[in-house]
Write a new protein. Structure first.
Length: 464
């Protein structure tokens, strides 16, 4: 029988390269100086001094020829731009939600939503809040509570849907606190904080059932909805023959609203949206939007950005692209495991997470093993990653000292449609070198750090 391209063992990039950009080659000696100047915080390093940038998959992807063509057609009218209506229609067709609010990126949607909810001293429950979501919940005076699935923190153990919420624990908490004290539920798909792990359709249905029972609105943080939908197709019974677009629409049918950083699965460099059916809540959100972001038909974005998002939301549902996307992360994960580097298993959709606590047991959590490993990856190979551990999520005691987080991870995020297999082979080679020399990696200590979202601007130095 004749095989089609996606039935062969080798999975190829489903695109060809049309424009190239030079990489930032540096020597080890240069990188040693750069790290010191950046106070051992990789956010402070200039991008042209980074060789392989895996800091984030947010806004770092390559846009398509169709998206660039859409940018040239962008309508920059202040109000009622044609590009907004294309954007609005694309989101309505995908989500089925009626109230569509554009924002400049995901954290703007979070800020607007939690401000409008006026949920001070109430709880926001989730499978796992990511950093900016948690920060915006807490900045509004509400309390963020996570209910990850049992076994989600056992990083060595594989499982098909380790991003799920623990529905039993969630319902128990609702009963204890009273449903009137629960402002809303947010399910993050995929679950970024816990390794980019997917959430099953069965789990989404179970969470929705609990939320409906107690009158709690359920929102999706849907930055990586397409990757989650593809995992459902691959792993959940009854969906193997269902088109990914239909799976995605079924996910959105279960929610009361959604917020998205379009810099992920809309394949663009900036943008986002907030969507819902609650007319009264949307009016409050629009008032805040106009006050802080811009008029309701542009929301802090140029018309060309709105146009590119509308196109990207369709392109991301291409199954050849999603197969390549998920397989790329698996390839990196397999390469790390072969070299004795522990990861969150199985590899996630948008990247691979190294278990720094297990990899560097000689570094105490208070000396930030994840950040130490991230700095070592840059020093030896010019690879920029991000810590997800005590620097990002650690709590502080009354003296300002960091208390350990429950995990010490280093996220190797995969920009979309940017790097080829040889780039990933290089990353594996550098990581393998560190695996052989890991005892030489030393911990770090804080010099200066703000109280909120410390990891973005903290200054560190090698531990004494």
């Amino acid at each position: 029988m004749k095989k089609t391209s996606w039935q062969w063992k080798t999975i190829i990039e489903p695109f060809k390269i049309k424009t190239v950009e030079p990489l930032g080659f540096t020597s080890r000696e240069e990188r040693e100086r750069i790290l010191e100047t950046a106070h051992y915080n990789l956010f402070n390093i200039k991008a042209d001094k980074v060789l392989i940038d895996m800091l984030t998959d947010s806004g770092t992807g390559a846009m398509s020829a169709e998206q660039w063509a859409g940018i040239m057609k962008g309508d920059e009218s202040y109000a009622g731009a044609r590009s907004f209506y294309n954007f609005e229609m694309a989101i309505k067709n995908l989500t089925g939600l009626e109230e569509i609010i554009p924002v400049h990126q995901g954290r703007a949607a979070e800020k607007i939503l939690f401000t409008a909810l006026a949920a001070k001293e109430k709880y926001v429950i989730s499978n796992s809040h990511f950093d900016t979501t948690r920060a915006n919940v807490e900045a509004s005076g509400a309390i963020a509570m996570d209910f990850p699935a049992p076994g989600a923190l056992d990083f060595d153990k594989t499982g098909p849907f380790k991003g799920n919420a623990d529905v039993e624990a969630m319902e128990k908490f609702i009963k204890e606190k009273g449903e009137k004290n629960i402002a809303m539920c947010i399910i993050t798909v995929t679950n970024n904080s816990l390794g980019g792990q997917p959430v099953s359709m069965e789990n989404l249905k179970s969470v929705k059932k609990i939320c409906d029972k107690y009158g709690i609105p359920m929102f999706l943080d849907c930055a990586r909805f397409a990757e989650n939908a593809y995992f459902i197709k691959l792993r959940e019974r009854g969906y193997s023959e269902t088109p990914v677009e239909e799976i995605a629409k079924e996910m959105f049918e279960l929610c009361d609203g959604a917020m998205m950083s379009s810099k992920k699965d809309a394949l663009v460099n900036i943008g986002g949206f907030l969507a819902m059916n609650d007319r009264e809540l949307s009016l409050k959100c629009r008032q805040i939007l106009i006050l802080t972001e811009g008029f309701s038909t542009y929301g802090g974005l140029a018309g060309r950005d709105l146009e590119a998002i509308a196109i990207g939301l369709k392109e991301v549902l291409n199954e050849e692209y999603l197969q390549y996307r998920i397989r790329s992360s698996q390839y990196l994960g397999e390469g790390l495991l072969k070299n004795g580097i522990p990861i969150v298993n199985p590899p996630g959709g948008h990247g691979v997470y190294i278990n720094a606590k297990k990899f560097l047991p000689h570094i105490k959590p208070q000396q930030f093993p994840g950040q130490a490993l991230a700095c070592a990856l840059y020093l030896e190979g010019g690879i920029r990653t991000v810590e997800i551990g005590t620097l990002m999520f650690g709590k502080r005691d009354s003296k300002g000292n960091f208390l350990p987080a429950s995990m010490e991870l280093v996220r190797m995020a995969m920009p979309r449609r940017v790097y080829t297999q040889s780039h990933i082979d290089y990353v594996i080679e550098v990581a393998a070198y560190l695996a052989k020399n890991k005892k030489s990696i030393k911990g770090l200590e804080i010099v200066e750090a703000p109280l909120v979202l410390s990891h973005f601007t903290a200054k560190l130095k090698p531990a004494s």
